[in-house]
Structure formats: C-alpha cells, structure tokens
Design a protein around this ligand. Structure first.
Ligand SMILES: [Fe+2]
Ligand SMILES: [Fe+2]
Length: 138
C-alpha cells in the first residue's frame, strides 16, 4: 500500500493544483520507499532535495493563485506554507551535514502535514474559488 495515496477526496477541482498534489504525494512515497529500502544517503538526499524544491514550486503557484483570487485567508495560508518550508530546509541542511537522518517519525510528520493541509486548508481555498467564480472567466 502506498505511503500516501491521492484520491478524489483531495480534489480541489483545479486540474493544475490536483496534478501538483499528486506529484507531491508521489515524491513523498519515493522518499519513504528509499528510506524503507535502506538506500544510500546520497540517493535519499537527492529525493529530499527534489521534494523540497517541488514543495517550494507548488506553494508559489498556490500563493500566486490565492493572491489573484483575493483569497481572504491568504496570510494564514502562506504562514502554514512558510512554517513547513522553514522546517524542511532545516532538515535538508542537517541531513546534508550528517547531523540528522530521515526517520519514520519525520516521514509520518510530512505525510500527516500534507494530508491535513491538502484536505483542510487547500480545500478551503478551492471552495472559495469555486463560489467566487465569475461566469465565463476562469
Ligand atoms: Fe497544496
Ligand atoms: Fe497550500
């Protein structure tokens, strides 16, 4: 069974965002698999970098979208993104220095964060966008 699996319950009804969430989930699965299989540190570091880079990319796309749609809870949403990326970069640096490992505890934390944020916070803005859609304008 996949470590985290995208299903319709996560759907924002915004195709680009759903595609990105699926990719984020699959990168986290890839990291989980590498750790489970006892892959080399270099391999794990590369996947972690890929995951962190893609997370930054995804958050930027979401934040641009929320600004464009004048989402009232933008600041709070961005704060959640910033907190996670701050923690992720710290982990990335500590892992590179050899002072941290990617434990199952960390993997579970990332999965729970991603699950909750996508399901609660992202679906909240998706709902706002859906309700404030101007007919004929996407
Ligand atoms: Fe998201
Ligand atoms: Fe988000």
């Amino acid at each position: 069974m996949a470590f985290i699996l995208w299903t319709d319950k996560y759907s924002t009804n915004i195709q680009e965002i759903d595609t990105q969430h699926k990719h984020l989930f699959s990168l986290l699965c890839k990291l989980h698999d590498a750790v489970s299989e006892g892959a080399e540190q270099g391999t794990i570091a590369d996947i972690l970098d890929e995951l962190v880079d893609y997370t930054f990319y995804h958050f930027r796309i979401e934040e641009d979208l929320l600004k464009k749609k004048i989402y009232p809870d933008y600041e709070n949403h961005k704060k959640q993104h910033d907190k996670l990326t701050g923690q992720a970069v710290e982990l990335q640096n500590r892992f590179r220095e050899g002072s941290a490992t990617i434990s199952f505890e960390i993997l579970d934390f990332l999965r729970d964060w991603l699950d909750k944020h996508t399901l609660v916070s992202d679906l909240k803005y998706a709902d706002f966008i859906m309700k404030n859609k101007t007919p004929g304008i996407s």
